[in-house]
Design a protein around this ligand. Structure first.
Ligand code: AMP
Length: 304
């Protein structure tokens, strides 16, 4: 019998081709759910909801199992796995999408295993909003629901995205997406509008500059963990969000202090993730590495 996951994550699972100014990696594991589950699995039992095709290499399932990720919500169907090809510009702060092939995602209908439905924490990772809604509707009474999105869905599925945002506890998105969704330029003005859409918390990601958390009464800012070198920023936001909600589920309290600590853990896990392509670095670190970097991060952020 499966152990009930404390956290359920839905998102994309893909085979990526990534070109940075330094190297090109073909056919590597990617997708919002892959990164988020790898990050959250350090902190709590995580159930993955997604779909892959019959071409999906079994070695990836094995590495998720080694991370103790529950795969009962992962469907394997006839057809091709989602594929994405991206190219980064010189300093890796901008990238272009060369191609996206939906493959089996085109007809995906998420069905949650019974044991997932009582999970108290839910992360609706970046995926079509209609699919996020379908997952949310199958959950019984989640205590904390985080949703992520991207410019594509803001542009082509705005209405269903707004429906999802109206039902969640926290919305996370990056600064350009916050501006695109609200039409406001300053992050404070954008966050105020986003809070009016329903969530109690808005968490805006600013890449290397970190993240900002907004509620009706508070603002909290956190820089990203400084790195001298990184190899691939793909999935950094998903890793941050997965680490954040995984830690929050472990703490199992939604106080301002728990949320701030969880954000710092999310940053730390994301800082490891970008040091290698795909999940390669995350697969080779342990809690000792995370705690060491967390302690250094807390020290760097201390004001008095
Ligand atoms: P991020 O760097 O946070 O944008 O996440 C990158 C991951 O998102 C890659 O591993 C891709 O496989 C995945 N991805 C790219 N396009 C999409 C899309 N339209 N929907 C869902 N996931 C996507």
């Amino acid at each position: 019998m499966s152990v009930q996951p404390k956290l359920v994550v839905v998102g994309s699972i893909g085979i990526d081709t990534i070109e940075t100014p330094h190297e090109k990696q073909l056919d590597i594991l990617g997708g919002s759910a892959s990164y988020a589950c790898a990050a959250s699995s350090f902190f709590c039992r995580t159930g993955m909801v997604g779909v892959v095709g019959s071409d999906f290499p079994d070695v990836h399932r094995q590495s998720w199992r080694a991370m103790d990720i529950d795969l009962d919500g992962l469907q394997t169907v006839a057809g091709e796995t989602f594929r994405w090809h991206g190219v980064y510009e010189a300093h890796m702060d901008n990238r272009s999408t060369i191609s996206t092939e939906l493959g089996v995602f085109a007809d995906f209908s998420p069905i949650l295993p019974e044991v997932y439905r009582d999970a108290p924490y839910l992360f609706l990772g970046n995926i079509e909003p209609a699919l996020q809604l379908r997952v949310l509707e199958q959950m019984h009474h989640p205590k904390f629901v985080l949703v992520d999105t991207m410019d594509l869905w803001i542009n082509i599925a705005r209405e269903s995205l707004l429906r999802v945002i109206g039902k969640v506890t926290m919305l996370t998105l990056n600064e350009s997406e916050a501006r695109l969704l609200t039409g406001d330029h300053t992050l404070l003005a954008a966050a105020k509008q986003l809070l009016k859409m329903g969530p109690e918390y808005v968490l805006i990601k600013k890449g290397e500059s970190g993240s900002m958390l907004f509620t009706q009464t508070q603002i909290f800012m956190l820089h990203a963990y400084p790195l001298e070198h990184f190899k691939d920023p793909t999935g950094a936001g998903d890793t941050f969000a997965g680490g954040f909600i995984g830690k929050l589920a472990e703490l199992d309290e939604c106080t301002p202090s728990a949320i701030r600590r969880a954000m710092a853990y999310g940053s730390v896990v994301a800082s490891f993730g970008v040091e290698e392509f795909s999940l390669r670095r995350l697969a080779h670190i342990d809690m000792k590495d995370i705690e060491q970097r967390y302690a250094a991060f807390v020290e760097m952020s201390r004001i008095s």
